[in-house]
Structure formats: structure tokens, C-alpha cells
Design a protein around this ligand. Structure first.
Ligand code: FE
Length: 206
């Protein structure tokens, strides 16, 4: 059993025009797949083969294997990112909506924080909505850094800030990509599901 390329939860054209089918075909079919393939190549024939992706990431952190960490963490981040997006605009409800209001003042304020931190982030990385024991925050990680760098935080949503996420559609205009995704395609139901569960989301196994 090896780490799988987690499937897109929608058709590759379902997020257009915010994210084109071409972007998703490259992003999922080339970039995410490469991270998965390189992870599998690295763990083949080792005790990590057949283990959940979260265990592979934890082992890479423990041993300081930077190559394995980069590929395995990026595989996880992309699985989480696909689920953070949805074809149709949603609004947060229930407990999630209450926590957003309590933590940021309003949904608009949270959206502005995601957009401004996402635009300001230098080079490659990710911008997350994180639950820290009931208090929500917007946080950034660099390069492949993942939930392991969010210490005790539970990730609710993530947006990919790597150029491969938007360059085909927006060239250098990362803020335009961010506003389209934040306004129309964040999966607040996924965020609510993550908030409700006591453990972090798990990458799908074969
Ligand atoms: Fe990416």
C-alpha cells in the first residue's frame, strides 16, 4: 500500500473561472502527483511503507529528512487544499460562524485578513485558518511547512500561495486569485467539519 494521489472532490473545471481546468490539471495532476510519487519512492522498502501520510511526515520531522518532509508535507497540504475549495459560494453557519465573529469581529474581517496575509506572504507557502482551542486565527507557513508547524493548532482551511496555484490564470496577480477564491470558493462546511472533530483531518488512505 502506498500513499495515494487524493482525488479532486469536484471536476477539474468546477472552480472556473476563479481557477481554470488547466490550472487544476497541472496543479493536481503534475505538482501534487509529483509530491506523492516522490514520497512513495522515498519510503518504498522502509518501515514507513504502508503507513499513513501523517506518520511519514512525523517521521521526517523526527529524523530531519528534509527531502522526505518537503514531499510528504506537500502531498498532505494539497489534499487539504482541494477540500478547502468548493465550486459554489457558501457561508459559515452555526458554531463556526459564532467563532468567526468572536475571533475576528465579522466574516468580512476574516476574509480581509486571509487576503492581506496571503498577498503579503513572501515567496512560496500557505495561508491557514486555524483553531486554537476555540480561538480562530489566520496564520502563514513557508514552503512545505504543514500542520506540524501549527503546533497545537487545528487547521480548518488552507489556501495555496505557491505560484503554480495561480500563475496560469493570473500571472503575477496573487491578490486577484485570493479574492476570487476567498469570495466564492472556500468550503466553509469543510472548515465546520474540521472544527467539530477532536483530531486533525486525515489524508485519505488507499
Ligand atoms: Fe500547490
Amino acid at each position: 500500500m502506498s500513499i495515494i494521489l487524493s482525488p479532486l472532490p469536484y471536476a477539474d473545471g468546477a472552480l472556473a473561472p476563479a481557477i481554470s481546468a488547466e490550472t487544476l490539471q497541472f496543479h493536481h495532476g503534475k505538482h501534487h502527483k509529483a509530491y506523492v510519487d516522490k514520497t512513495n519512492a522515498a519510503i518504498e522498502g522502509t518501515p514507513l511503507a504502508g503507513r499513513p501520510l501523517e506518520d511519514v511526515i512525523a517521521a521526517a520531522v523526527e529524523t530531519g529528512d528534509k527531502g522526505l518532509f518537503n514531499n510528504s508535507a506537500q502531498a498532505w497540504n494539497h489534499g487539504f487544499y482541494w477540500n478547502s475549495l468548493t465550486p459554489h459560494a457558501q457561508a459559515p453557519e452555526g458554531t463556526l460562524a459564532e467563532r468567526i465573529d468572536a475571533s475576528f469581529g465579522s466574516l468580512d474581517a476574516l476574509k480581509k485578513e486571509l487576503a492581506s496575509q496571503g498577498a503579503a506572504h513572501f515567496a512560496s507557502g500557505w495561508v491557514w485558518l486555524v483553531d486554537r482551542g476555540g480561538k480562530l486565527s489566520v496564520e502563514q507557513t513557508h514552503d512545505a511547512a504543514t500542520f506540524t508547524d501549527l503546533s497545537a493548532g487545528n487547521p480548518l482551511l488552507v489556501i495555496d500561495l505557491w505560484e503554480h496555484a495561480y500563475y496560469i490564470d493570473y500571472r503575477n496577480l496573487r491578490p486577484d486569485y485570493l479574492s476570487k477564491v476567498i469570495d466564492g470558493h472556500l468550503n466553509w462546511q469543510f472548515a465546520a467539519d474540521n472544527l467539530a472533530r477532536s483530531t486533525r483531518w486525515n489524508y485519505p488512505a488507499a
